[in-house]
Design a protein around this ligand. Structure first.
Ligand code: HCA
Ligand code: CU
Length: 375
């Protein structure tokens, strides 16, 4: 099924604050929000105002700031939390409540009927205040699907804007996500949000499966930060959708992804992960001779993403023992050095010999190429 609607709920300032190394100052929060606003995220979700006094004042401050995205906060499913959330001036309130038999006893001890009762009241309170209401079931994939359907139908009936499914522990597989979201899609008329943790490396794949089954909103964070090893990284989600249905994401400032990831990495004191989609330092580097030969002829031979669309540049690595003569010839041409085929082959053999001792840096490779120039 093709995806008909897609909205980003960026949770860098809620789920992301739950990353072990995160502690954002108010200035950092404002900088993250301003950058994501320029990028074009549809929503930002901020930590509950009940978390700490500073959390509440930062939320109120952001609520009073001019922005294009809609501002949400995230609270437990009870009337006091919902009322304070509404009072901060947010556009919408995301409420969550644990529904799995594993979490219910350690979280709140309520029965499914009690969850429906309190959920209905909380959604009514938020909608009554003229704000957007989202109701999500924590640990959806270890919850009984019959319980979920019963809850979501009642909450949909109560006038919720969105129900949310959360793979809180990152245990779901893409086909399980597809099945459960399809089931929910058949049972509610409201929008559906999906929140995927990455404990087993399936967060992005699961988010795509959710969208394909009819979900309309996906939670992301910059770099994927969150509890434990995090959730869906914004960059990877964009890369995923660009290859599947580009029209869903082309209106976002995709060229800003490298600066967003770099900004957050610096705030956290970490590096952008070496294997991050799009923004890894080497994401558009080509190395082995077979690859570089083809990429020089047709970049699409080994690239499904155009680096320029993401503000990146392609890089052909030639100073190493896996180099091929096409990469070395290309480097020579860019230096204005002309080599006939025999000379290029002997230079390539020399690069490989030297490359056995370790990669040649650019200056060393260039000097070697120049020294090999035809007399
Ligand atoms: C949490 C839980 C949550 C909520 C997701 C949601 C999860 O850490 O508070 O509200 O949809 O993963 O279940 O992040
Ligand atoms: Cu989460």
């Amino acid at each position: 099924m093709s995806i008909t609607s897609f909205r980003i709920i960026d949770s860098t300032l809620r789920e992301g604050e739950q990353f072990a190394l995160a502690h954002f100052t108010v200035d950092e929060k404002l900088a993250i929000a301003a950058a994501l606003d320029r990028f074009g995220v549809d929503y930002m979700e901020l930590t509950s105002p009940l978390a700490s006094p500073q959390s509440e004042s930062d939320l109120r401050r952001l609520a009073g700031t001019e922005r294009r995205f809609r501002l949400l906060t995230h609270v437990r499913c009870n009337l006091d939390d919902a009322r304070l959330a509404v009072d901060t001036g947010v556009d919408g309130v995301d409420v969550l409540i644990a529904t799995s038999s594993r979490l219910r006893p350690v979280s709140h001890g309520m029965s499914i009927d009690e969850i429906i009762e309190v959920g209905t009241a909380v959604v009514g309170e938020i909608r009554g205040a003229g704000r957007e209401a989202r109701f999500s079931t924590e640990d959806s994939f270890r919850s009984d699907p019959d319980d979920l359907v019963r809850i979501y139908r009642a909450i949909d009936h109560a006038g919720v804007d969105r129900v949310g499914l959360a793979d809180t522990v990152g245990v779901a597989t893409p086909s399980q996500v597809h099945d459960l979201v399809s089931l929910v899609r058949r049972n509610v008329g409201c929008d559906i949000e999906f929140h995927a943790h990455d404990d087993t490396g399936c967060a992005v794949a699961n988010a795509l499966a959710a969208l394909e089954a009819g979900a309309t909103h996906v939670d992301t964070t910059i770099l994927g930060i969150g509890e434990r090893n995090g959730i869906v990284p914004l960059s990877a989600m964009m890369a995923r959708l660009v290859t599947v249905q580009p029209e869903l994401v082309e209106h976002y400032r995709l060229d800003m992804l490298p600066e967003l990831d770099a900004m957050l990495a610096e705030m956290l004191g970490v590096a952008v992960p070496f294997n991050a989609a799009v923004t890894a330092p080497t994401a558009f580097h080509h190395k082995a001779g077979m690859h570089t030969k083809a990429v020089l002829l047709d970049p699409g031979a080994y690239e499904v993403l155009d680096p320029a669309q993401f503000g990146r540049e392609r890089s052909i690595l030639a100073g190493h023992r896996l180099a091929g003569r096409h990469a070395i010839g290309d480097r020579a041409s860019s230096l204005g050095v002309r080599l006939d085929d025999a000379r290029l082959r002997s230079l390539t053999a020399e690069v490989k010999r030297r490359g056995d001792d370790g990669p040649l840096d650019v200056a060393t490779l260039d000097a070697l190429i120049v020294s090999w120039a035809q007399p």
